[in-house]
Write a new protein. Structure first.
Length: 276
């Protein structure tokens, strides 16, 4: 399996990161994409640091990284942050720019600032020919963030033909379809196991298997039966099992197909042993 979205640099893993990665490997997780947003632009390099620290470590998954400014911290984006992002996207271990996008639920940064930073990061990603990982969360009872995000992708990102990932998808089928038309994969997280998540599962049922990724978004959104606990990459197996149930296939097929999707999209190779 591949956990296509985990925040491995989270301080919540500071005391037991080695053990956590060993548990992931033991659970069949061969690769993790560590999301490089840090606690803000000043620490977006930490995911890459972890990828390099564990590169030759046996008994742990292969770690890749991303880099980007999360919409929560868009107000902190400045020339130094963009310079840093440019440097990080130059590194071969950094597969994508992200997570970037719009969050109208918390509004930690003004919406016009979020939109400007989103656009600027797309320009940087395009210059490096790296795909993007999208964070999108609308305000209550509104799809405005989805509409704004997809309108922006269609006008600003579509010409690059680089595609990307809709991370932790919570939108409607129309949103997923628009994104897939732009070359995006749809990634589902532990929240698809929640009892009230039937609308997301209904969309999952319609998304073709060759366009799906699975993720934990660890340390957030721990799946049932661990809901409320600190999430970890080993538990992506619960996401795979729920995708399998919705798709009426074996969990092993979910694991295989989503792994193939990841490697095909990023042009990476399958891990064949625990020394990478």
């Amino acid at each position: 399996m591949i956990d296509s979205h985990a925040h491995l640099d989270s301080p919540r893993y500071g005391d037991d990161r080695d053990a956590l990665l060993a548990r992931a490997w033991g659970a069949g997780v061969q690769t993790i994409l560590s999301i490089g947003i840090g606690e803000g632009p000043d620490t977006m390099h930490q995911a890459l640091d972890l990828a390099r620290e564990y590169a030759k470590r046996p008994g742990v998954p292969k770690i890749y990284a991303s880099a980007g400014v999360h919409p929560h911290e868009a107000r902190l984006a400045n020339d130094a942050a963009y310079t840093k992002l440019n440097q990080l996207l130059d590194q071969p271990e950094v597969l994508a720019c992200g997570e970037i996008g719009l969050d109208f639920y918390y509004d930690h940064s003004p919406r016009d600032v979020q939109k400007a930073v989103f656009t600027c990061q797309m320009e940087i990603a395009a210059a490096h020919k790296k795909p993007i990982i999208i964070h999108c969360r609308p305000s209550d009872n509104s799809t405005n963030a989805w509409d704004d995000t997809l309108d922006t992708l269609e006008s600003e990102w579509s010409p690059t033909a680089l595609g990307g990932i809709l991370h932790c998808f919570t939108g409607e089928w129309a949103h997923a379809r628009r994104a897939m038309d732009l070359g995006f994969l749809i990634s589902f997280a532990g929240n698809i196991t929640f009892p009230k998540a039937q609308p997301i599962r209904d969309v999952l049922a319609q998304v073709p298997l060759d366009r799906i990724l699975i993720e934990t978004d660890a340390p957030f959104l721990a799946p049932v039966p661990n809901r409320g606990k600190r999430n970890e990459p080993a538990w992506v197996a619960e996401v795979a099992a729920k995708v399998a149930a919705v798709k009426s296939i074996a969990p092993e097929e979910t694991a295989l197909r989503t792994t193939e999707n990841f490697h095909r999209f990023f042009g990476t190779t399958v891990v064949t042993d625990n020394a990478h």
